[in-house]
Design a protein around this ligand. Structure first.
Ligand SMILES: Nc1ncnc2c1ncn2[C@@H]1O[C@H](COP(=O)(O)OP(=O)(O)OP(=O)(O)O)[C@@H](O)[C@H]1O
Ligand SMILES: [Mg+2]
Length: 323
């Protein structure tokens, strides 16, 4: 069952220069993917590809000068991009949860963990303090935190990085969301803790049927933990489909280049991309990858089509109707 269907999402940064001329940075140029309930979709791409911006656009968290200018994001029958701010605020933190990197800055340093659990639940429903605390305790237990009753009384500064990230995930899940968007939830954590947290997220997706968008630059993580993948370049999803199919038989030359990168380069993650992406203020017409593409031909000056079925790519040369 499709939980979230993002289609042709475009987001621009619209500013004026000193001469009062309008300048438009076209940061998202067509983000398209679908996520099924209980599935984990990896949203991958090099730094600056627009992964975080896509999440913020979908969740209605953009601030001027960023603005969604086109597209839709259907969730439980509603287009999130057409909802008012109030309706979105109600959904966020209840049906939709967001986990970002840097857990420390996302926790309120002035409130014990238990108080934050109570607050989060009361923002969305009438619930008495004791019940809310008990639900918080149960969530801490579900995310594998030892001695959860005691942790309700912990202050954020007392938590290690891995523990704080687990607490944040517990908080994101306490209102039973159907959709979890996790933006680099394990970056900066050591490898063992990273594996534990990703295992946890996968378990929650399987057991509770939560759909997860996992934003990462780490293709190893995608191969290991995701069901589906959407590959972004220059604000565009270039290819998407089941992980196995995309990794074994990538259709887009960009995905092929990305997968051919050395493990060392992939581990560097947010380091410099292999090649400079096009200037967002002066994007070429047609395929955004064509200046780098070994297959580039005159036809690439025209908008590439989405080609394929469940596994598809945005390329003139992708086989039509692929699996
Ligand atoms: N105020 C702004 N004006 C113009 N462009 C901007 C502005 N803020 C961000 N951008 C551009 O938006 C694009 C999207 O960035 P985003 O943070 O979503 O990338 P990302 O894929 O999440 O990268 P990372 O892996 O580093 O987190 C970037 O190319 C960035 O240069
Ligand atoms: Mg980001």
């Amino acid at each position: 069952m499709t939980l979230l269907a993002v289609e042709n999402l475009h987001t621009h940064f619209i500013t004026r220069d000193l001469d009062n001329r309008v300048r438009v940075a076209r940061a998202l140029n067509g983000v398209t993917f679908t996520l099924a309930a209980g599935h984990i979709l990896g949203l991958v791409g090099e730094t600056g590809a627009g992964k975080s911006l896509a999440a913020m656009s979908i969740l209605g968290l953009l601030r001027p000068p960023a603005r969604v200018v086109q597209g839709s994001a259907r969730f439980e029958g509603k287009d999130l991009l057409a909802l008012g701010q109030d309706a979105l605020d109600r959904l966020r933190g209840s049906r939709i949860a967001l986990v970002v990197q840097s857990p420390k800055s996302s926790l309120d340093p002035l409130a014990q963990v238990g108080r934050q659990f109570v607050r989060l639940q009361r923002a969305h429903r009438a619930i008495d303090g004791a019940t809310a605390l008990e639900r918080g305790r149960a969530m801490l237990e579900a995310v594998g935190i030892p001695d959860p009753s005691r942790r309700l009384y912990a202050w954020p500064h007392e938590l290690s990085g891995g523990m704080a990230q687990r607490v944040l995930i517990a908080m994101a899940l306490v209102n039973d969301p159907a959709l979890l968007i996790a933006d680099e939830p394990t970056t900066g954590l050591d490898v063992t803790v990273q594996a534990q947290i990703l295992d946890l997220i996968r378990g929650l997706a399987r057991e509770r049927g939560i759909g997860v968008v996992l934003i990462t630059h780490d293709l190893g993580v995608v191969a290991h933990y995701c069901d589906d993948v959407a590959v972004m370049f220059c604000g565009q999803v270039m290819e998407s489909g089941p992980v196995r199919s995309v990794f074994e038989a990538p259709l887009h030359p960009y995905t092929q280049a990305l997968l051919a990168s050395t493990p060392e380069r992939l581990r560097r993650g947010t380091a410099q991309p292999a090649f400079a992406p096009p200037d967002l203020f002066r994007l070429p017409k047609g395929c955004l990858y064509r200046q780098r593409c070994p297959l580039a031909a005159p036809v690439c000056a025209r908008e590439p089509p989405w080609r394929g079925g469940e596994h598809a790519a945005l390329c003139h040369f992708a086989p039509a109707g692929a699996a």
